[in-house]
Design a protein around this ligand. Structure first.
Ligand SMILES: *[C@@H]1O[C@H](CO)[C@@H](O)[C@H](O)[C@H]1NC(C)=O
Ligand SMILES: *[C@@H]1O[C@H](CO)[C@@H](O)[C@H](O)[C@H]1NC(C)=O
Ligand SMILES: *[C@@H]1O[C@H](CO)[C@@H](O)[C@H](O)[C@H]1NC(C)=O
Ligand SMILES: *[C@@H]1O[C@H](CO)[C@@H](O)[C@H](O)[C@H]1NC(C)=O
Ligand SMILES: *[C@@H]1O[C@H](CO)[C@@H](O)[C@H](O)[C@H]1NC(C)=O
Length: 487
């Protein structure tokens, strides 16, 4: 599995110089025996030293202030269900955010794309903005309670509302705009929260009142889990470091940004008392320190690891670049999905979001994927579109009423991300994902009242949406064409 290009550390360089093989291949100057023995002993010593350092680092991370953080980690699948829809019983994003804010005693760090938590921001008069307004009010109260608030936000465009960010600054919060357009040609699209270095949220919800009541969102809240929170904290620190004027991307990133938790060596710990192997991926590649799995590699790794099924729910799916010019064909994910179907007989179901702003070229690519399904070859692919219904009043809310989910669930793992599935998000835009490997087993081991593991809960949510009356098969053009991609 590919991880971020490994940046050799100075110590590794020193090791290479001492490599006895290399020395043998060098045009051999006369070398006394003693020197060779000395070199060999040095190598041995250095290796032992490196192994010890490595173990020490992992030990440090695992033994949080609460002792072994692994015993206490609690994970909750949270969703926002747009008003008026009858779906689901998961705890809401709003409840999780309120709990995180109520719990905070020391620090709150938020990585965000943009801020529109109030009606004033969107020039609307919607009662359903009340939850967003409440979240902002709670956030503004934190500095007075002695909680240090840091907000990393994508450099706002000229038209973007700034009221929330200004209010945060005057409340005492530190706000940094990260100029990713200049640094990588993308935006800061990541959405996650870190509280007191021990709790976190990651998912599709923006700092937008509509993300609580008018847009369908999915994420994970993790409580009392210092080892995971510390690791996500390293990604936050990278955004924070890039949020100063004239910042440039360090290459390599300093050692303290690197991680030992990745696709190859995930953190093994119980979530709600059930064994899991967990890591965070990050994009774009330039923002990955040593050891961090790139988001694309994480996504493809989860697809490649599936043996029975891959279920994907994502707002937009395009084997191309969406924003950067010239437009390019970008089949990395599409290839991975087709390979799973064709080579391993995996059953693929893809549930895409659609609204009037959908890119028209998403649909032929979705149909093309669905066209693989064939009774004679037994390729199993189904593609559906999820439509969020809207009353006349609701359809007047700008940029709302859409399925904004960005997750995947397989028989082996859950992948909860923050990126649309198209090229720019993995090559230029900052995003991240929580990957939880929890192989299928007997149900009821979740410790959450027999509700199943996190992965199983995600599977249930997918199943609920897939078979709901809100989803339409891609071949049923009449069912969706008047709603999707017709701005
Ligand atoms: C964290 O664990 C402590 C001790 O078990 C518990 O009292 C507290 O409620 C937990 N916090 C959260 C947010 O779950
Ligand atoms: C690494 O150290 C530098 C300098 O002390 C600091 O600014 C940065 O935030 C640290 N990074 C992490 C991930 O802690
Ligand atoms: C995801 O894709 C849609 C459709 O192309 C786009 O409107 C949206 O801005 C993208 N990013 C987000 C916010 O998820
Ligand atoms: C496969 O066969 C079933 C019934 O045997 C039929 O309903 C379905 O339309 C067929 N699917 C395709 C893609 O040919
Ligand atoms: C974990 O436990 C909490 C209650 O403590 C529950 O709300 C949540 O659904 C559980 N999560 C899983 C994945 O079982």
């Amino acid at each position: 599995m590919r991880i971020c290009p490994f940046q050799p550390r100075p110590t590794m360089g020193a090791y290479a110089q001492l490599d006895p093989l290399q020395q043998r291949e060098a045009p051999a100057p006369k070398r006394p025996r003693g020197a060779t023995l000395f070199a060999a002993l040095s190598v041995l010593f250095l290796l032992t030293f490196l192994v010890l350092i490595h173990l020490r680092l992992r030990g440090d991370v695992t033994d949080g202030p609460e002792g072994s953080c692994g015993d206490t980690c609690r994970i909750v699948l949270v969703e926002s269900i747009p008003e008026g829809m009858s779906l689901g019983t998961q705890p809401s994003t709003f409840e999780a955010w309120l709990e995180l804010l109520a719990t905070a005693t020391r620090s709150v760090d938020i990585a965000s794309f943009y801020w529109t938590l109030t009606n004033a921001d969107t020039r609307t008069h919607e009662p359903s903005a009340a939850q967003g307004e409440r979240i902002l009010a709670e956030l503004l109260r934190l500095p007075r309670r002695g909680v240090a608030v840091r907000v990393a936000v994508s450099a706002p465009s000229a038209k973007a509302p700034l009221d929330d960010l200004k209010a945060l600054e005057s409340s005492g919060a530190a706000v940094r705009a990260v100029d990713l357009p200049r640094l990588t040609g993308g935006v800061l699209h990541t959405k996650f929260w870190l509280v007191d270095g021990v709790h976190l949220y990651v998912g599709s919800a923006n700092m937008d009142w509509r993300s609580l009541t008018q847009v369908k969102e999915l994420g994970a809240a993790v409580y009392n889990c210092s080892c995971l929170a510390k690791d996500l904290g390293k990604i936050f620190e990278a955004y924070w470091a890039l949020g100063v004027p004239e910042a440039s991307i360090p290459a390599p990133w300093p050692d303290n940004f690197s991680t030992s938790f990745n696709a190859e060596t995930p953190l093994e710990l119980p979530l709600n008392g059930t064994a899991a192997a967990v890591y965070f991926s990050s994009s774009p590649p330039a923002l990955c320190a040593a050891g961090r799995t790139q988001d694309l590699a994480a996504l493809l790794g989860v697809v490649d690891g599936a043996e029975e099924f891959v279920d994907v729910a994502v707002m937009s799916y395009l084997p191309g670049t969406e924003f950067s010019r010239p437009e390019r064909f970008w089949p990395a994910i599409d290839d991975g999905l087709r390979r799973a179907v064709v080579e391993r007989g995996v059953r693929l179901r893809l549930l895409a979001g659609c609204w009037r702003h959908s890119r028209p070229d998403m649909f032929p690519f979705l149909s093309s994927l669905a066209a693989l399904a064939n009774n004679r070859t037994r390729f199993r692919v189904d593609v559906r579109l999820f439509l969020v219904p809207a009353s006349a009043a609701q359809s007047r809310i700008p940029f709302a009423r859409v399925n904004h989910n960005k997750y995947m669930v397989t028989d082996k793992a859950a992948y909860v991300g923050t990126s649309n599935w198209s090229g720019d998000y993995f090559e230029r835009t900052a995003g991240s994902a929580l990957v939880v490997a929890q192989p299928a087993g007997g149900r009821g081991g979740g410790g959450g009242g027999g509700a199943g593991t996190f992965r199983e809960q995600l599977q249930d949510v997918f199943e609920r949406d897939w078979s709901s009356g809100y989803s339409v098969d891609i071949s049923d053009t009449e069912g969706w064409s008047s709603h999707c991609g017709r701005r």
